[in-house]
Each structure stands twice: as structure tokens, then as C-alpha cells.
Design a protein around this ligand. Structure first.
Ligand code: CA
Length: 687
């Protein structure tokens, strides 16, 4: 498919400047193997993860005529975080439990559906919902990675499995929610589970056969077992005590990008396991390679360089957010850069050949660090950031100033379009810690102070779409939203930026000014990143709309006013006239409130239940029973009646609530029930 002629707006001085700069550089060539302009063959479209398309048939002049072309109902009412793919006229989608579907990209006709039948017990291990963020394509194959850790190659025409390999030890707490990436003859995949005590790694497999080619661990293991390579030996110097008992974490659960000219692959790594550093590394230390960007040789998986965004991480400040590669004019010369806006609130620009820090500036209020010392490349931490056992309010929160929702970069405007969240959170260390599910965070005690911080966080957290200039490290424009929680971003050569909004709409803004050009109600929140493609001579925009994921997991109650309809894949084109069915009468997000049963248990039982809840349930159902995937303060009489059957016998496993009979006795489950009844009575405001 040929690149279409540029729209008139390209004559604008801003765009000319950007193009002129690139052309004049001369030193840096075009990246090889650019895909067809009309396709979206990888999760970030290209290996540089720009989430940018050169298509401009839909542009700022005509986007007001955009309408729904077709839609498909999705099967699971949980977070829809996947970026679809389009290859050879087919659109490939993936949703929770890794159900994978192929459609005719022009008509929406479903061509095949593949269900890898993930055992539902793995829902318990997923910290942040049973989500998946995408899939990969190569030479007639579609690659998916499942929640239970399999990497599966499907025949792109039929959806039938070609090969399948297990990439993790299912006896440990591993899950996969990230998208595989295909680079040439290799497919790369990481994993998650740093909240459950795993040791992170990324692996490369042969696309043709599924044979493993290399594996790189992101944190060192037990020295008694020998280090896998010199990088692990180096990393071990930055850990103390018996760090391997907690797994270490550093999981590469989302972001991977690749520069084929340099032969490097970049891995974004996650938080420490457990969160609290004194428990995993009692003598302190930077704990490499937590919260880092690590460059590896694509052929061998050997370490080349790293940059650690948060040394000695203990705030869940993952550096797993998408890493965008671009060539930028900085101080008079073109630099090959890597850009990341991780959870910790600073926007980093690195030289992607050497790992040198070029610049870093905060894009939200941050109180854990006042800035980045350019001489050392290290954050200038504030005194209160390293918390003890009294809760302190830290910004950003564990949810991050920017999470997995992809940012986009337009080489035409030179701007990064970043979904930003301003957040605050109470951090406190527990008195003690043992390996297992616990992060070492204290969810008990200091309730008044914790609630005061939670109220401040609720009142002050917000979200916006930021157009960030990575050369000057300043914000060019901003679209504010009423709440946090808006989606990933697509930038196009039509001078447009597309984003799903927390207002249950899908919107388009001018890329150069931020002016809203189009918006449509879609009955749900598209938190995923949109894509665009050509089919039958027309340009389409597609996005998954389905609220859920980590933010909803922890704080679903904070969004109870959201009106949510069915989760759907939505596809738009100019002049599209398809209508969604009428919205349901009752929002899927609002529980029927019932008065809680009276509290009958003694305080000691409630206290026992509180501790057990924090260790076993809070990850999915929210701290202090507040929010989560299902707000347990608002259980129906039927749920109260069947509480033990649900918790111990897995009667709601199909909805993701697996049995806890392996870790909880009947008495313990009852104590948790009493605690939840106490919390419900405490917060009950109904009549
Ligand atoms: Ca985490």
C-alpha cells in the first residue's frame, strides 16, 4: 500500500521544522524494514513502539465525519487492555483469559476464535486483573502469551495452534499479561508476578519452531546456584542479605522495544519483591536491575547497558512503561534516543546506543524525589520518601504517574502524547515479613492516618493527556479530565491524537494544539491503545473499550459513578453509520447496594480477619475492603450466604474468583467474612 499524500496542515512551520531537522541530520539512517503504512503488525506498530501511523486519510480537517463502521461484543467484563493488530486485511484481537479472535478488518466478520483455556486458578495470581495487552504477528503466524505462562503460535489463517511452549514454572507465582514482540526470527516474552515473590526474566524463542534461544534474568538468584552471567554477578553486588528468598521481582511484564540498526533490545523492568527494601535487601543497595531500562544484544541476550530509574525501589515504581525510540535534535545534533515516562513521575530521555542520561524532568508533582542529579543520573530523594512503619503520603502512588497505557510519539510534531495520572498514596512497612504473597506493606493499624491520606488522595488525584516536548522537557499542551483513568494513545500523520476517556467516550484531538476535534460516547472506557489501518481503500481506527485493570482493581469504588455498558471492540471510519445498541438501563459498574448483616463477631476475630484479608484478598479487592475488582462491602445477601463456598470451594472460579482452600482454613475464611461485615457496617451510608 502506498503512502498517501500529506494533508495540507503539513505546511505548518512546526512540521516543516521537524522534517527538516531529520533530513538534515544525515548521520542516522532510516530504520530498515518499515511495515506497510496501512498495517499495524506489532503492539506499538513498529519496533520503536511509537504508536504512530503515517496514515492521514482521516485527518484534523475531516475527523468530524468519523462514525462507527463495525463493532464486536467482547466476552469478558474485565479490563480490555490489548492493542489489536492488522495484517493482510485481518484484524487480530485478544481479551482477558487470552481469548483470541480474527476478523475481516473491513467488515468485522469473525473468521476464527481461539480459547487457550487458561485454568481459572491463575486469576488469583494476576496482581492487576486477568488482562492481556496484545499479541504479535510473523509470517503467517499469530503469537499469543497466556496468563498461565504459555507462548503459543497460531496459524494466522485458521487460528489453530502450531506450537506451544511453557515459559514459566507454574509452581511459582508467574503470570503473563504483556504482549509478545517479534523481531526478525525471534519472539520475545517477559512475565509478571513481582507482587507474589517471583524472579523476573525475559526469554527469546525461535518463531518458526518455538525453541528457546536465550533467557536474561533481571535480578540475581541465589549465589549458591552460580550466576548465569557476568551481569548477574555485577547485579548481586547491589543486593544484601538473603535477597533471593523473596524472589527479587524486577519482572519485565510489559515493555520491550528494539533498534535493528544497533542490534539492541530494550527491556523495562518492574518493582522489587517484596516492595519494602529492608525485607528483601536488609543492608540497602540499589538492587539491580529493579526499575531499570536494560539493553541486551538481540542475538545473544547478553547485557549491554542499563539505566536504573529508581535505585533501591520500594514504591512499586516499575520502569515497565512503554519505551519509545526516536531520533531527536538535541543541542545541535541528532541523537538516537529512548524515551520513557515510568511510574515514578519523571520523563527520561536516554541515548539508546550507550544508555547515557540526556535529560529527565518531572511531568507530575513528585514528592519522593525533587529532581534527577545529572552528574550521577540518580534521583535526589526527599527525606520522607523512605517510609517506616508510620504511613507517609508519597506521590506518585503505586499506580504510577503513567502506567501501562501506551504513550505515542509523532515524528511530525516531535511531541510525545502521554496519558498522565496525578496520584498520592499511604506507604508504611509491616513490622515483619516472610516470603509469600505479602509485599511487606502494612495494611493494618494507623487507620485514622491512612484514611486521612486516602481522602487527600481521592480529592487530589486527577488525569490528563499531556503533549510533552522531549527536547525541551516541557509540556506543550494538556487536555484535563474530570478523573484519572483515561486510555492509551494513538498519534497519526493526520495531525490527530486518539484517546479513550474516563468519561466513557472516544476522542480525537489536534496533535499540534490539543484542540478537541471529535468525540463519541461509547458506553465504556477504552483504556487500551487505539490503532489505525487501511482496508478496502479506506482508513479505519480501532480500539478495545472495557474498563478494568489495576486502577479499577484497587479503586473500583472510586469510579462507581461510571456508567458502563458491554465491553466491545469498536472500529470507526469516515461516514460510518453503525449504531451501538441502546445502553443497558443499569451500569455494570454500580453494585446493587444491600444493607450489611449485623456484626456478630468479637473484635479479636475481626482483627484476625483484617490481617488475613490484607495478606490474601487486598491485592484484588482493594485495601481495607474498599473497591477492587468487586467491592466486598457491598455483598448481596446471596453472596453472604455462600461466602465459604465461594472462598473455599471456588464456586465463582469462572468469574476469576478461584478457591483459597489451599491457604485458608474454614475458621480463617470466616474471620475474613466477619472483618468484611465490620467494614461494611463502618462505611454503610444507605438507609
Ligand atoms: Ca507491581
Amino acid at each position: 500500500m502506498r503512502r498517501r499524500s500529506r494533508a495540507a496542515w503539513l505546511a505548518a512551520p512546526l512540521a516543516m521544522l521537524a522534517l527538516g531537522g531529520l533530513a538534515a541530520s544525515g548521520a542516522i539512517g532510516q530504520s530498515p524494514a518499515q511495515p506497510d503504512a496501512g498495517e499495524w503488525p506489532g503492539t506499538g506498530r513498529t519496533a520503536d513502539e511509537q504508536h504512530y501511523s503515517p496514515l492521514d486519510a482521516i485527518n484534523a480537517e475531516n475527523v468530524s465525519e468519523l462514525g462507527l463502521a463495525w463493532y464486536a461484543d467482547l466476552t469478558t467484563d474485565r479490563g480490555q487492555e490489548a492493542t489489536p493488530l492488522v495484517v493482510d486485511g485481518m484484524l487480530y484481537n485478544i481479551e482477558p483469559w487470552n481469548i483470541t479472535t480474527a476478523y475481516d478488518a473491513a467488515t468485522g466478520e469473525q473468521l476464527w476464535r481461539y480459547d487457550p483455556e487458561v485454568p481459572l486458578r491463575f486469576g488469583r495470581l494476576a496482581c492487576c486483573d486477568i488482562v492481556t495487552r496484545g499479541l504479535a504477528a510473523s509470517d503467517g503466524k499469530i503469537l499469543i502469551a497466556t496468563l498461565d505462562g504459555r507462548l503459543i503460535a497460531l496459524d494466522a489463517e485458521t487460528g489453530k495452534p502450531v506450537w506451544s511452549v511453557l515459559t514459566v514454572d507454574n509452581e511459582q507465582g508467574y503470570t503473563i499479561t504483556g504482549a509478545p514482540r517479534v523481531y526478525g526470527d525471534k519472539v520475545l516474552i517477559g512475565n509478571g508476578g513481582a507482587e507474589i515473590g517471583v524472579r523476573g526474566y525475559v526469554s527469546a524463542y525461535d518463531v518458526a519452531s518455538g525453541e528457546m534461544l536465550w533467557r536474561f534474568h533481571t535480578v540475581p538468584g541465589n549465589p549458591a546456584n552460580g550466576f548465569e552471567n557476568a551481569a548477574m554477578e555485577m547485579a548481586a553486588q547491589t543486593w544484601t542479605g538473603e535477597w533471593w528468598r523473596g524472589g527479587g521481582g524486577g519482572t519485565a511484564w510489559d515493555s520491550i522495544s528494539h533498534d535493528p540498526e544497533l542490534g539492541l533490545v530494550y527491556i523495562g523492568t518492574g518493582n522489587g519483591s517484596p516492595w519494602v527494601r529492608k525485607f528483601r535487601s536488609p543492608g540497602g543497595g540499589d538492587n539491580l536491575f529493579l526499575a531499570s531500562i536494560v539493553a541486551l544484544d538481540i542475538e545473544t541476550g547478553e547485557y549491554r547497558w542499563h539505566y536504573q530509574t529508581t535505585p533501591g525501589e520500594e514504591w512499586d515504581y516499575t520502569a515497565t512503561q512503554n519505551m519509545v525510540l526516536a531520533d531527536l535534535p538535541i543541542e545541535g545534533r541528532m541523537r538516537r534516543v529512548l524515551m520513557q515516562a515510568p511510574k515514578n513521575g519523571f520523563f527520561y530521555v536516554l541515548d539508546r546506543e550507550t544508555g547515557e542520561l540526556i535529560s529527565a524532568q518531572p511531568f507530575v508533582p513528585t514528592n519522593w524525589a525533587s529532581g534527577i542529579d545529572m552528574a550521577t543520573g540518580r534521583p535526589i530523594e526527599t527525606a520522607e520518601a523512605r517510609y517506616g512503619n508510620v504511613p507517609v503520603m508519597v506521590s506518585p502512588s503505586a499506580g504510577g504517574a503513567h502506567n501501562w497505557n501506551p504513550m505515542a510519539y509523532s515524528p511530525l510534531t516531535g511531541l510525545v502524547y502521554l496519558p498522565v495520572t496525578e496520584t498520592y498514596m499511604a506507604y508504611a512497612a509491616a513490622d515483619s515479613w516472610e516470603p509469600g504473597r505479602s509485599s511487606g506493606m502494612a495494611y493494618t493499624g494507623n487507620d485514622a492516618l491512612r484514611r486521612e491520606i486516602a481522602e487527600y488522595a481521592d480529592a487530589h488525584s486527577k488525569g490528563w493527556l499531556s503533549a510533552w516536548d522531549p527536547v525541551t522537557q516541557t509540556e506543550r499542551w494538556r487536555v484535563p479530565y474530570a478523573q484519572k483513568g483515561s486510555g492509551g494513545v494513538l498519534a497519526t500523520a493526520g495531525n490527530l491524537v486518539f484517546q479513550g476517556t474516563i468519561g466513557t467516550t472516544f476522542a480525537a484531538y489536534r496533535a499540534d494544539t490539543g484542540e478537541k476535534m471529535w468525540e463519541m460516547p461509547v458506553q465504556n472506557v477504552p483504556i487500551a491503545a487505539p490503532i489505525t489501518y487501511m482496508a478496502g481503500g479506506e482508513q479505519y481506527i480501532a480500539v478495545n473499550a472495557g474498563w478494568g485493570g489495576g486502577l479499577a482493581h484497587v479503586e473500583r469504588s472510586a469510579f462507581s459513578e461510571l456508567f458502563l455498558g458491554k465491553p466491545r471492540l469498536l472500529v470507526f471510519k469516515l461516514g460510518g453509520r453503525t449504531q451501538l445498541p441502546p445502553a443497558p438501563e443499569r451500569s455494570l459498574a454500580v453494585p446493587e447496594l444491600s444493607a450489611p448483616p449485623p456484626l456478630a463477631a468479637p473484635a479479636a476475630t475481626v482483627a484476625q480477619g483484617e490481617a488475613l484479608y490484607a495478606a490474601n484478598c487486598g491485592l484484588c479487592h482493594g485495601a481495607a475492603g474498599r473497591g477492587g475488582v468487586k467491592d466486598l462491602r457491598h455483598m448481596s445477601p446471596e453472596t453472604h450466604e455462600n461466602f465459604l463456598a465461594i472462598v473455599l470451594h471456588g464456586t465463582r472460579a469462572a468469574q476469576g474468583m478461584a478457591s483459597f482452600a489451599d491457604v485458608l482454613s474454614e475458621n480463617q475464611a470466616e474471620a475474613i467474612h466477619h472483618y468484611l461485615i465490620a467494614r461494611a457496617n463502618e462505611d454503610w451510608t444507605g438507609s
